[in-house]
Design a binder for this molecule. Structure first.
Ligand SMILES: *Cc1c(COP(=O)(O)O)cnc(C)c1O
Length: 454
């Protein structure tokens, strides 16, 4: 029997087109026009498609899905410091997309810049000189510490780290990279090598050679390792660190750690790469976290909040002595979309908003207020809460057990506050709201936390 391939293909495409049109109609509807029927279709269809076409694993881990997977909170819109699910329930965002919403959700200035740029030119020709890339690079040189000057643009954190590692390798004939335990630098093969978590790394061995991990915050171990590397002829090319570890559970190192690391790098001729993908753009109460410690790296990696929560954007900024190895052949490291006009417009507006609205200062002030409030709320619950720590609006609550953290974040979610914490990883819950969060909202969150702990 012959199969009529053409008819089959036509039917397939007709179905696909109809389905795409149905979704486009929903996208193009205003929020008020979404009916209850739309909302329940969106919810059920999302769950079904996650199960059949995305990854059913997510349905087991997300606190937003009920045990029988019949109900799930499906996000639909966002604004300011909160977002709404498709049924119109509002959530205060204390997760901040793990640090992408520093200037708030859909900050009007960022939206306007991106919109205007989109209507002018969205992506670049790849051949002419694109002006926004140039302007953003100058801005980054102005606001980053020390003599950081030249920028390479990326689309994500992991790409920024990859570029930082390549710059370090080009700088000298050395290839040893020191990273830290509990580090997170991304999941592409190079950055994954620096990332410290065994479950993410082990299945993908062998990774990039030349990496070693030392205990984070332990300057003596760092020194001994650098010395040993020198003695055996495998001198350290670069030390790669987060100034505060994010994924590791908001781990703040001793105050003298980064300055001492900087001094060790100088002593042994190694570069210092700081991964400020999460800590940068005002999150910890300074524009860049390393400024708390008076330390300037040779290479800084940025992403997450750089695009203002509107467009994915990343950057690597390096000093001239490091970056100049990219000069002779600028094609030695490239990316098609990195530094595109939409991303640059978003980043330029984001920097403008951060400075004009004093958001780093605000993060310091509101962060201190929130940290104290949370600590007060946790008093008497030492059986559940081990420690609350942080800097600026990067706060971690460490629980005695994973399960307590998961129950806690689920309870908060039911009460309209989103914090990190999934079934797999909830021992330390991160609180990283937009830096624009209002004091009333912080008070509401603290009250909800107090209630949930009871
Ligand atoms: C999130 C993160 C990354 C990875 O960024 P992606 O955009 O997810 O690739 C790298 N480093 C740090 C410190 C991060 O927090």
């Amino acid at each position: 029997m012959s199969i009529d391939w053409e008819t089959q293909a036509n039917e397939k495409y007709a179905d696909a087109s109809q389905y795409a049109q149905k979704v486009l109609d929903l996208i193009n509807k205003s929020n008020d026009a979404i009916t209850d029927e739309d909302a329940s279709w969106i919810t059920q269809e999302t769950v079904d498609c996650f199960r059949d076409f995305v990854n059913p694993g997510f349905l087991d881990y997300r606190k937003t899905v009920t045990k029988d997977k019949q109900f799930a909170a499906v996000e639909w819109s966002d604004e300011g410091e909160s977002f709404k699910d498709v049924n119109g329930k509002k959530y205060i965002d204390c997760l901040g997309g793990f640090g992408i919403y520093n200037v708030g959700h859909r900050n009007p200035k960022v939206v306007q810049a991106v919109e205007n740029q989109m209507h002018r030119q969205a992506l670049h020709s790849q051949d002419l000189l694109d002006p926004l890339r140039a302007f953003l690079a100058k801005l980054l040189a102005q606001i980053t510490p020390g003599d950081l000057q030249y920028s390479f643009f990326t689309n994500s954190g992991t790409e920024s780290v990859e570029c930082g590692l390549k710059l370090a390798k080009l700088y000298s004939d050395r290839s040893t990279i020191l990273a830290a335990t509990k580090a997170f630098h991304g999941k592409s093969l190079g950055s994954l090598t620096a990332t410290a978590k065994g479950v993410f790394r082990k299945p993908f061995m062998p990774l990039v050679s030349g990496f070693r991990h030392v205990a984070y915050g332990d300057i003596e171990m760092m020194e001994k390792t650098m010395e040993a590397c020198h003695l055996v002829g495998e001198d350290v090319a670069a030390v790669l660190l987060e100034p505060i570890q994010g994924e590791g559970g908001v781990i703040v190192p001793p105050d003298d750690y980064l300055p001492k690391v900087r001094a060790l790098c100088d002593k042994y001729g190694a570069l210092l790469i700081l991964d400020e993908v999460q800590t940068g753009m005002g999150r910890t109460g300074k524009m860049f976290c390393c400024e708390h410690y008076g330390v300037a790296p040779d290479i800084i990696c940025l992403a997450k909040a750089l695009g203002g929560g509107i467009v994915p954007a990343g950057a690597v900024v390096a000093s001239e002595k490091v970056f100049k190895n990219f000069f002779p052949n600028p094609f030695i490291h490239t990316t098609t979309f990195g530094g595109n006009p939409l991303a640059c417009a978003a980043a330029i507006a984001t920097i403008n908003v951060l400075i004009d609205e004093h958001l780093p200062e605000r993060a310091a002030e509101m962060g201190a207020y929130m940290l104290q409030g949370l600590r007060d709320a946790a008093k008497g619950h030492e059986d559940k809460v081990m420690e609350i720590r942080g800097k600026g609006l990067m706060i971690g609550i460490e629980f005695q057990e994973d399960q307590i953290g998961y129950d806690f974040s689920k309870k908060l979610f039911d009460k309209g506050v989103l914090v990190a914490g999934t079934l797999v990883n909830a021992k330390t819950i991160r609180i990283e709201p937009p830096l624009t969060i209002k004091k009333e909202d912080i008070d509401k969150v603290i009250a909800t936390v107090a209630e949930a702990l009871k």
